[in-house]
Design a protein around this ligand. Structure first.
Ligand code: FMN
Length: 192
């Protein structure tokens, strides 16, 4: 399966990327093809609601000629999209939010005079996050928001992997997290 992974942690060697790297490595070992984009290295202009995208029902279109133009074709070719972000203020980080806003308008032709199609209908989506609070209180609003986003966009939700970061003075990584990340990747592989 072809997979696009969007990562959105400002810390390249941070907790979220540690988890994500194990998931990607395992998926690749299972024969899946993963292409990863670090959104902190990309230029993603926030959506300005000009609705240029709604005039073209055939493909993604936008007034901003930035790095979304490189990423969206990969998403359209992928069976699975993995969104990886630390939780910031109960949601994703800012580059991930900018990306989601660009895609929800650019690929869902729902916002013109007539309702058009979702160009990415059927794409599977999985979430990877790390958070400071207990997972159920750190991850809940991000997951709920994404469940609605996924349903609205006619995508298919495959679930999430989230790990708690108990503090910068403590070692984040351990064998249990490694096992859970490998297991999550295997489950994603089976659901494909
Ligand atoms: C600006 C900021 C906001 C945060 N907000 C939350 C939050 O709302 N809920 C939570 O559980 N953790 C929150 N955290 C903690 C991070 O999610 C946690 O430390 C995470 O593991 C960091 O991932 P990273 O190492 O990939 O950067 C926040 C951290 C920062 C820096």
């Amino acid at each position: 399966m072809k997979i696009t992974v969007l990562t959105a942690s400002p810390r390249p060697q941070g907790n979220t990327n540690q988890v994500t790297n194990v998931v990607v490595k395992e998926l690749e070992a299972l024969g899946h093809e993963c292409k990863t984009y670090n959104l902190y290295e990309k230029e993603i202009h926030p959506c300005t609601a000009c609705r240029k995208c709604q005039k073209n029902w055939e493909t993604y279109e936008c007034m901003f000629d930035d790095d979304v133009m490189e990423i969206y074709p990969e998403i359209l070719k992928s069976e699975l999209l993995i969104l990886s972000t630390p939780i910031y203020s109960w949601y994703c980080t800012a580059p991930m939010k900018a990306m989601l806003d660009r895609l929800v308008y650019g690929l869902n032709k729902y916002y013109g005079e007539e309702k058009g199609p979702s160009l990415w209908a059927g794409t599977k989506v999985a979430l990877i996050s790390t958070c400071g609070y207990k997972v159920e209180k750190g991850m809940d609003l991000w997951e709920e928001g994404m469940k609605r986003y996924i349903k609205h966009s006619q995508l298919e939700y495959l679930g999430y992997l989230a790990e708690r970061h108990k503090g910068y003075h403590l070692e984040f990584w351990d064998e249990e997290k490694e096992k859970r990340a490998q297991e999550f990747a295997r489950k994603l592989g089976e659901k494909a």
